[in-house]
Design a protein around this ligand. Structure first.
Ligand SMILES: Cc1ncc(C[n+]2csc(CCOP(=O)(O)OP(=O)(O)O)c2C)c(N)n1
Ligand code: SF4
Ligand SMILES: [Mg+2]
Length: 272
């Protein structure tokens, strides 16, 4: 394959992967591997934890300490890993359904605690693995197998949800903007405290086909025009921002107390 990052960080014996042709998930997985490479982390000091879903298959391919847990519970397992081993870089990989539907409570409380876990939500706006049911991020009016006449539920903004719940780093990018995604993941991992990366990805098989979004390439090209960086948006007149989604860094609070540090303070108090 001749790509040193792929060969160093992927379990080559587990390839080829199970994702459909044109699925955006591989772009996020590579951005994560590149970010870890740039940070120069020791592979044995990284633990990647996922729930269940197409996105949550990624830890099967990534050559770190990895845990494939139960649907929605990745953050609960990751919290245990981090509390027992605060020196580990714990990274959670989750889907929009996994993180914000069945796992929504774990998400808000992990964010509230500001525990030093990086969560990357692969947001494809649908339940991919189980055949295209609508999720909390499916836009209003769009179709899913469980919304054959159009979804009537308002959707969550995952990056804002995490920030409002207490995450001290929150950012969003897309699989079109691979370089920015890589930089955001790098910053999120380096950040001390709970960090959220919402990675907008494409599911041509279910979301795309159901909603007539064109080919896999059309879906990725759409992201180029639909998203603008929050810093660019600040300088644009309202009419140029209409109908666009924001990406970039939304929150970055340094020096807030991190949960395992706070826990250690109590342990130290009773050691004296
Ligand atoms: C407790 C439980 N409920 C339901 C399921 C079925 N299930 C597996 S994956 C999934 C949805 C996955 O959607 P998402 O988290 O968005 O991930 P994607 O497949 O889109 O990447 C569901 C409902 C399950 N495995 N466990
Ligand atoms: S169903 Fe969708 S999310 Fe799942 S692998 Fe296929 S394209 Fe990707
Ligand atoms: Mg999904």
């Amino acid at each position: 394959m001749n790509n040193p990052v792929i060969e160093k960080y992927l379990r080559m014996d587990k390839l080829p992967h199970i994702w459909c042709p044109g699925c955006g998930n591989g772009i996020i997985m590579l951005a994560l591997a590149k970010a870890i490479d740039k940070l120069g982390l020791d592979k044995d000091k990284v633990c990647v934890v996922s729930g269940i879903g197409c996105s949550s298959r990624a830890p099967g391919y990534l050559d770190f300490n990895t845990l494939h847990t139960t649907h929605g519970r990745a953050l609960a397992f990751a919290t245990g890993v981090k509390l027992a081993n605060p020196e580990l870089e714990v990274i959670v990989i989750s889907g929009d359904g996994d993180a914000s539907a069945i796992g929504g409570n774990h998400l808000i409380h992990a964010a509230r605690r500001n525990i030093g876990i990086t969560t990357i939500v692969f947001n494809n706006n649908i339940y991919g693995m189980t055949g295209g049911q609508y999720s909390p991020t499916t836009p209003e009016g769009e179709l899913g197998t469980t919304a054959p006449h159009g979804n009537i539920d308002p959707s969550f903004d995952i990056a804002m949800l995490a920030a409002a719940a207490g995450a001290t780093y929150s950012a969003r990018s897309t699989v079109y903007h691979g370089k920015q995604l890589e930089t955001i993941i790098e910053k999120a991992i380096a950040h001390k405290g709970f960090s959220m990366v919402e990675a907008i990805t494409t599911c041509p098989t279910y979301y795309g086909r159901k909603n007539k979004k064109g080919s896999a390439a059309d879906m990725i090209k759409y992201l180029k025009d639909a998203f603008i960086d929050v810093k660019v948006a600040e300088k644009l007149p309202e009419e140029k921002k209409a109908g666009k989604f924001l990406m970039g860094e939304f929150k970055n609070v340094e020096n807030a107390v991190e949960y395992t540090d706070a826990y250690q303070t109590i342990i130290d108090r009773y050691k004296k």
